[in-house]
Ligand binder design. Structure first.
Ligand SMILES: [Zn+2]
Length: 254
């Protein structure tokens, strides 16, 4: 889960339209929010990801569902209020159901930075306070089959990429080839790109990257031979700005 900037409401969702759809919902309980222009705007806002678990929406039965952060059953006036709508996957929607977020708040990532309330260790989310605790429990953020096992797989994949980059470093130390150096830059660039906030499960990707000692060894080497460039620094900083890892933990190494 990462902080997401709330985008502008879609142009078609005018104040008049909101009023009309809200009235229709109150009379008929129809799915008035189920509009393509609303779904598209929500997907654009979240880089096509579920706002809570960060799975990619629109692939393999993971279709977007329009989430009412404050449940429509209890707060019908907000049924198409743009600020109350979030892009969510079927599984997260099924877990949150009619949970009353006004009586028992959970994190709304468009309003609250999850880093203030959550942290991650060994591929599990931990809470820093009651808001984090409630968010983890309502959304089952450490569910074994659905979320924990895929996280371990991502961790394995990143660790194995870093392993292969480490071997590349050994090769460069031996033969000093410029082509090999360029190849290393390109591979590190791609790795950091794959951990950016727009990536699926980006929270887990950046955690796996920054928890791995190999990352710092490779980075140190690249800095020593002056091939750690501004693009790499920019990508690293962007990852860090969204990472659930404590920044203090990294200060001595970044
Ligand atoms: Zn989800």
């Amino acid at each position: 889960m990462i902080k997401v900037e709330r985008s502008e409401a879609p142009a078609k969702l005018t104040a008049e339209k909101v009023k009309e759809l809200t009235e229709e919902y109150k009379k008929t309980e129809k799915n008035v929010w189920n509009q393509d222009y609303i779904k598209k705007a929500l997907l654009d806002m979240s880089n096509n990801k579920c706002i809570f678990c960060e799975c990619r929406l629109g692939e393999e039965s993971k279709y977007i569902e329009v989430e009412h952060f404050h449940p429509k059953s209890k707060y019908p006036e907000e049924v198409v209020e743009w600020e109350n709508l979030l892009p969510i996957c079927k599984r997260c929607n099924g877990l949150k159901r009619d949970h009353d977020t006004k009586l028992e708040p959970i994190i709304n990532p468009t309003l609250i930075d999850p880093r203030k309330h959550l942290t991650i260790k060994k591929f599990r989310f931990f809470s820093k306070d009651d808001l984090g605790k409630k968010t983890i429990s309502v959304l089952c953020l450490n569910d074994s089959d659905r979320l924990f096992l895929p996280r371990v797989k991502i961790g394995d994949a990143i660790s194995s990429i870093l392993d292969s980059l480490g071997k590349w470093v050994d090769k460069i130390k031996f033969d000093h080839s410029v082509e090999d150096q360029n190849e290393l830059i390109s591979k590190m660039y791609n790795l950091l790109k794959s951990c950016q906030p727009n990536a699926e499960y980006s929270t887990i990707c950046s955690y796996a990257l920054f928890e791995d000692d190999n990352y710092y060894e490779i980075k140190n080497f690249m800095q020593q031979v002056k091939i750690w460039d501004e693009d790499l620094s920019r990508l690293e900083t962007n990852c860090l700005n969204y990472s659930l890892i404590e920044y203090g933990h990294l200060k001595s190494t970044v």
